[in-house]
Design a binder for this molecule. Structure first.
Ligand SMILES: Nc1ncnc2c1ncn2[C@@H]1O[C@H](COP(=O)(O)OP(=O)(O)OP(=O)(O)O)[C@@H](O)[C@H]1O
Length: 341
């Protein structure tokens, strides 16, 4: 059934001893799509992923993977998923290739295919030079890649990775990011992460959850438009800035000065302009400023990041639920800062 979404989650709920961890989550993931799963600590990401992979039963709701219901066919579903759990535990005393051989046999990859397939994943994950090393002696970056190699070994249609870049240095993050991007179109991938720039460059679509609920979803560009609804221009300008507001309003009615510094020794001040429109107005703006004899030393459009979206979306959801859950609001504020770091 090529038209069936790879993953369909409908009205999913999970409570632990009466406490809700996931509340009414619904989403689908198309085949070949890479979905980023974002949320502060305790938002319910790992719980959702564990339900998707059949390792944890849902309290209610349904999940299908490639059209198969997880609740009634967990073993069939597990065969179609490569899962890399958070802090992926690996056997410390096994060698890399030995471990992959062992996992491949458990995944029922025929013996004659397993050797060449292990060579392939070692190549893709840049692990060839450590294939005979003991896993316990590997650095964190190599161990993460061993986890990814294991997840993709049986070429499952769906890959689920919980925080695959956690604890890695920027160079290792780049390698893992390229590795995940190389799966685009061939496998359906869900990645949870706090590292927002990672999600932004790797994922086709993003789902933001907070307090067990979906608070926003879409492409990074859609989310920026929907949640932030504005764009900024930064300029260093010399001239009579009190004449700016009518000039800006003539270009675009919502264009306004949102921040302005003091004038420096050379007569320039740094000004931030904000508009509620997302479309590009840089060219008419520049033309109007120079026609009015303003001097410009720099001019740039400040692109809002997914981090801004994440903070705005989680803040918005806390505002909605705050009267019901005041103690957790304090936790979230700290968490959101951590997420931004
Ligand atoms: N086994 C469990 N028993 C009781 N409560 C749990 C259990 N596992 C998770 N929780 C609670 O469920 C909520 C969601 O946790 P979950 O681990 O799914 O969040 P998360 O988004 O993955 O967080 P993190 O980014 O910290 O891993 C949290 O409030 C957590 O304390």
């Amino acid at each position: 059934m090529p038209d069936t979404p790879a993953i369909e989650v409908s009205h999913l709920f999970k409570t632990y001893a009466g406490v809700a961890a996931v509340s009414d989550i619904t989403f689908t993931v198309a085949r070949g799509e890479i979905l980023g799963f974002l949320g502060p600590n305790g938002a319910g990401k790992s719980t959702t992923m564990r339900i998707l992979t059949g390792y944890l039963p849902a309290t209610s709701g349904s999940v299908t993977i490639c059209g198969l219901p997880v609740a009634s066919q967990p073993d069939e579903v597990k065969r179609r998923i490569g899962y890399m759990p958070e802090n992926n535990p690996l056997p410390e005393d096994m060698r890399v290739s030995e471990y992959l051989y062992f996992r491949g046999r458990l995944k029922e990859i025929p013996r004659r295919k397993l050797g060449p397939r292990i060579d392939e994943v070692l190549e893709v994950c840049d692990l060839k030079r450590v294939r005979h090393k003991i896993i316990g002696k590997l650095s964190k970056g190599f161990r993460q890649r061993v986890g990814i190699a294991e997840a993709i070994l049986a070429e499952p249609p769906v890959i689920i990775m919980d925080e695959p870049t956690i604890g890695l240095d920027p160079h290792q993050i780049l390698i893992v990011r390229d590795l995940i991007a190389s799966l685009r179109g061939r496998m359906t991938v869900i990645i949870s992460s706090h590292i927002l720039p990672e999600i932004e460059v790797t994922c086709d679509r993003v789902l933001i959850i907070n307090q067990g609920r979906v608070v926003a979803q879409g492409t990074p560009a859609d989310l920026r438009r929907e949640i932030l609804g504005h764009s900024n221009y930064e300029l260093e300008i010399a001239g009579d800035t009190s004449a700016l507001p009518p000039l800006l309003a003539a270009i675009e009615p919502t264009l306004r000065i949102s921040a302005e510094s003091a004038t420096d020794a050379a007569g320039f001040r740094r000004v931030t302009l904000t508009t509620d429109r997302e479309d590009e107005i840089g060219e008419p703006l520049l033309r109007a400023l120079t026609a009015q004899n303003f001097r410009l030393r720099s001019f740039s459009r400040a692109h809002s990041t997914l981090e801004d979206v994440f903070l705005a979306a989680t803040r918005r959801s806390w505002d909605v639920t705050a009267p019901l859950s005041r103690p957790r609001k304090v936790k979230s504020a700290a968490i959101n800062k951590e997420g931004a770091g």
